[in-house]
Design a protein around this ligand. Structure first.
Ligand SMILES: Nc1nc2c(ncn2[C@@H]2O[C@H](COP(=O)(O)OP(=O)(O)OP(=O)(O)O)[C@@H](O)[C@H]2O)c(=O)[nH]1
Length: 596
């Protein structure tokens, strides 16, 4: 509530909280360190930590649960212990703690002989193993795997994990464990000889570590190999000196097995009293053990002893017990084998499901690749199509332009841009036909520039061209939509006027003449006068034939030239006759001149 003090409080609260957490982690680790050596103190520590549960972090709570699971299992409450461990699996506990919980479960289930579940949790732990960086924890996983597989009778796997453990073991005790587990597996795989050097090596390493239980288990393996090779004497020489040491371990399983082997050795050496002595001792301890091979062998030995003594009743009793134990042992072996087969089968099933899923995934991936390849192809195809269409359009456009240019060249005069003679003939013929059919008048004007040669000569050909273009544009400006204006050639222009009578044609010709005469030549760079002579005719005078119309207009134009140029002349039949007469006269004088 007081803003000034709040930040100060949080600054000091944070380090306090961290040191408190650190203390709790240390307490948890301390508890774990004494879990098997000081069970009472361990239990007290756990109670203290449980009282502080609310102050624990999430992971610390999980760690406490794990230790409580251990305590429950250690005190024989296996089911409750299992429950605690199982809660950790799949929780948000760290992967290391989950791995450890799986290993603890495997140990518990080995005790209760729940092989199928044990295999499931072992598989989970082994799956996590490659990601466990803590070396001691890794080795612990290998120990559990090797013990479990050996117990299950899967000695190949026991050997595999024991060998891995041997190769990585950092502590002498772990190395002793590894060597004992390896030898146990090899004994059961029948790959041990009496002189296998690993046996003496294993015994030596375990003795150095003060691991009497493990060194003597190795001796039992060796003694069994001696018995198999009918060297019972060596078996006894090996075991007898360590009898007291073995009894001092108070480990029933070891002691019972030790006695069992000794009983068989003495029996093989024809020492029935000693054999019976150790067999009965083994049996006494072995009662608490489930059906194991040593117990089966003890009953067999006792049966054989009674039989030799002709004590048939006892022999029968032992034989019945032998048969029962043997059956129980075989049943147990079968159960283990089936559990392993089932786990294998499930794992194969799982694998095939995974590979099926992989195949389906691959198929989907391929389908996706195919779809994207198709899409890519479509894109390429569309791009190609666009390219082709564009190229085609360009070609069409160019062809159109060429066509237009060719048509322009074919139809228009290159210099002035007005119709040329050829196209004019086409258009004029159609127009004349139309007027004739529709009984309309049609007129025409033929225009020839005066003294154009002199313009060329005096001011150059370029200036002559300028004049031609200027004349064309002035004339074009005076034409109507249906009029046809063309350059027939040189300095001669033709204008066809559909629907136009002679009066209006004459008027237009006059306007053209005046327009040309008014051209200002300054733009050409020279100053000179432009004039033209124009001949006019029409359908009323010359009919509807183009050639006739042009010829008559030419007669009119010729007359205008002769009359002094720069004027307009209307064609008439008199003019033609006059022209013919003049022509004839000219021809006659030509003849006279030739004759002279
Ligand atoms: N600059 C130029 N001159 C041309 C073109 N076509 C024809 N000519 C010239 O036009 C001149 C026509 O001369 P002529 O037929 O003697 O006629 P004119 O000099 O106009 O004399 P009249 O018609 O009797 O008045 C020739 O010198 C041709 O070379 C052209 O396209 N450009």
């Amino acid at each position: 509530s007081e803003p000034n003090t709040a930040p100060e409080q949080s600054q000091t609260a944070e380090p306090n909280r961290i040191s408190e957490q650190h203390k709790l982690t240390q307490q948890l680790a301390a508890a774990e360190a004494i879990r098997s050596s000081q069970p009472v103190r361990f239990s007290e520590l756990l109670s203290e930590l449980e009282a502080e549960r609310s102050s624990l972090s999430n992971e610390q709570k999980h760690y406490l649960d794990y230790l409580q699971g251990y305590q429950l299992s250690f005190t024989g409450k296996l089911e409750l212990g299992l429950e605690k461990y199982k809660q950790l699996i799949g929780s948000d506990a760290s992967p290391l703690l989950q791995y450890r919980a799986n290993l603890a479960i495997v140990n518990n289930l080995a005790v209760t002989r729940d092989w199928p579940q044990g295999l499931t949790h072992l598989a989970l732990a082994l799956e996590a193993l490659p990601n466990i960086s803590d070396e001691a924890m890794r080795q612990n996983g290998l120990v559990v795997a090797a013990i479990f597989y050996n117990q299950l009778g899967q000695y190949e796997l026991g050997l595999k994990y024991a060998s891995r453990l041997e190769n990585t073991a950092t502590a002498g005790r772990t190395l002793c464990f590894a060597k004992q587990l390896k030898l146990e597996a090899r004994f059961n795989l029948h790959s041990l000889e009496t002189d296998s050097p690993e046996i003496q090596d294993g015994i030596k390493v375990c003795e150095q570590q003060g691991e009497a239980v493990l060194s003597n288990f190795i001796r039992i393996h060796l003694a069994n190999v001696y018995l198999k090779s009918a060297d019972s004497q060596s078996a006894l020489i090996l075991l007898t000196p360590h009898l007291a040491e073995v009894e001092a371990t108070h480990y029933p399983r070891l002691i019972a097995e030790f006695y069992s082997v000794m009983a068989r050795a003495h029996w093989a050496l024809q020492q029935p009293e000693l054999a019976e002595h150790y067999a009965l001792k083994a049996l006494e301890l072995g009662k608490s053990l489930d059906a194991t091979q040593p117990i089966v062998q003890v009953y067999e030995t006792l049966y054989q002893i009674a039989l030799q003594r002709n004590d048939y009743q006892t022999a029968l009793d032992y034989h019945i017990k032998f048969a029962e134990a043997d059956k129980a042992y075989l049943d147990e072996t079968k159960t283990k084998f089936l559990a392993y087969q089932l786990a294998q089968h499930q794992s194969i099933e799982q694998q095939s499901k995974i590979s099926l899923l992989d195949k389906q995934n691959n198929l989907l991936r391929l389908e996706q690749q195919l779809a994207s390849a198709e899409a890519e192809n479509n894109r390429l195809f569309i791009a190609l199509l666009i390219l082709c269409v564009t190229a085609l359009l360009v070609l069409i456009y160019r062809a159109g332009r060429t066509h237009k240019r060719l048509r322009t060249l074919a139809e228009y005069d290159a210099l002035t841009g007005v119709y040329n003679r050829g196209h004019c003939t086409q258009l004029a013929t159609a127009s004349l036909d139309y007027c004739r059919n529709s009984s309309q008048e049609i007129s025409c004007i033929l225009l020839d520039l005066d003294n154009f040669k002199a313009i060329n000569d005096n001011y150059g050909h370029a200036c002559g061209d300028w004049v031609l273009k200027k004349v064309a544009s002035v004339c074009m400006a005076s034409t109507r939509k249906n009029d046809i204006f063309a350059r027939l050639g040189g300095e001669e222009f033709f204008l066809l006027l559909p629907g136009c009578d002679l009066d209006r044609a004459m008027a237009l010709a006059e306007r053209l003449r005046a327009g040309l005469a008014a051209i200002d030549t300054a733009d050409s760079g020279f100053s000179f006068a432009i004039s033209a002579s124009l001949g006019v005719t029409g359908s009323a005078l010359s009919g509807f034939e183009l050639e006739q119309l042009i010829a008559d207009a030419d007669t009119g134009m010729y007359h205008a030239k002769k009359s002094g140029r720069d004027r307009v002349s209307l064609y008439s039949s008199e003019l033609r006759e006059q022209e013919q007469r003049q022509h004839q006269a000219a021809m006659a004088s030509q003849d006279e001149f030739s004759a002279a």
